[in-house]
Design a protein around this ligand. Structure first.
Ligand SMILES: *Cc1c(COP(=O)(O)O)cnc(C)c1O
Length: 351
């Protein structure tokens, strides 16, 4: 604490990201990174962009990427916003599109960055309890609100909401913005992008960090009605006109262009997820059905925090959330088949 801090800093409660260990040779299953690298075309595109051109500012509108993403999703470029990771896109969304006179609604168990942005921007929020099985009940969101946000699939549970449910929510909630954070949608879910033309209050947020294996580049998108995107642009241009650097723009375009690689690596993760779920059930874990690149599991006879600590001793890191309702669960990122085997071996020794 410092007397030089502004009042804003005093009210913050910052997000704690999952550990990025300095030690190599750990099996890192704690932050939902993709176990496979990005498309080889990404490195090629970045190499092509290196050179004297870097002395020039990038295109503030990231037009190349907006056009590529628009083509990819069947939208207009004016329906696409690009930012420095979806966390930044989310931050701008909280600032630009949530009303401040009524509370923002999100699930009690969800991405823990949402309450952090509420603090930053002075937005009131109410959490809505998930069902006993962590199902999101859309009818519970029928109440006055200044906006609604949830990840689909949800994090850290991996549970998927159907497009029918999302549409039911949108039909009953027309007066505030509904944000669907699709960080994990490519691992088996169906995107709500197809609803954008019918619901002007729907904003879909996507990231290149998970399914496109570019967490290190920081690339996120928002997809929605032109006026929502315009609101985001206004905030962006009041904060940083150049969130996407030249390398990130060409990297993102290259990743979108390599559909075959994208599909193949997503499918590999999905296959490994099924195998890992089976193996964990055989070791006595309860495993929630997951549509993401992680599993949310618990063991009735072992304390989750102790398990996570013991696994770390054996060179494997997984994520534990010290939070009511889920403090006996662990979130385990799906790794390569080899990483998953090492994890299971360590787990066998620990149990
Ligand atoms: C990983 C994640 C993000 C952040 O993605 P970045 O683009 O890397 O900032 C956003 N929302 C959820 C639910 C996530 O899991």
């Amino acid at each position: 604490m410092s007397r030089f801090w502004s009042p804003v800093v005093h009210r913050l409660s910052p997000y704690t990201p999952g550990e990025q260990p300095k030690r190599e040779n750990l099996v890192k299953l704690n932050t939902n990174e993709n176990p496979y690298g990005p498309s080889p075309r990404v490195a090629e595109a970045i190499r092509g962009e290196l050179g004297d051109g870097l002395r020039l500012y990038p295109d503030p509108a990231a037009s190349l990427l907006r056009q590529a993403a628009a083509d990819y999703y069947g939208l207009k470029p004016q329906q696409v916003f690009a930012g420095n990771g979806s966390d930044e896109v989310l931050a701008h969304t909280f600032c630009a599109l949530f009303q401040h006179d009524r509370p923002l609604l999100f699930p009690d168990i969800t991405y823990s960055f949402y309450p952090v942005y509420c603090r930053l921007y002075g937005i009131d929020y109410e959490t809505v309890a998930l069902a006993w099985d962590f199902d999101l009940l859309v009818d519970d969101y029928r109440r006055p609100n200044g906006g609604i946000i949830f990840p689909n699939p949800n994090a850290p549970t991996g549970r998927l909401l159907s497009l029918d449910d999302i549409e039911r929510l949108l039909r009953s909630n027309t007066e505030s913005v509904v944000v669907v954070d699709e960080a994990y949608i490519d691992f088996g879910g169906e995107s709500a992008v197809s609803l954008i033309d019918r619901y002007p209050n729907l904003l879909v947020i996507q990231t290149f960090s998970k399914s496109r294996a570019l967490a290190g580049m920081r690339i996120g998108l928002a997809l929605g009605d032109e006026q929502l995107i315009d609101g985001l642009e206004r905030v962006k241009d009041s904060f940083n006109s150049y969130p996407m650097d030249r390398l990130a723009i060409v990297a993102a375009v290259a990743a979108l262009e390599d559909e075959a690689y994208f599909r193949e690596t997503c499918q590999r993760v999905i296959d490994s997820r099924q195998q890992l779920a089976t193996d964990l059930r055989n070791l006595g874990f309860e495993v929630l059905p997951s549509f993401a690149n992680f599993l949310f599991v618990r063991h009735s006879e072992h304390d989750a925090a102790e398990l996570a600590a013991a696994l770390r001793e054996h060179g494997v890191i997984v994520r534990h959330f010290n939070q009511p309702r889920v403090d006996q669960h662990l979130r385990i990122t799906v790794g390569t088949p080899e990483e998953n085997r090492e994890f299971l071996k360590a787990l066998g020794q620990v149990l």
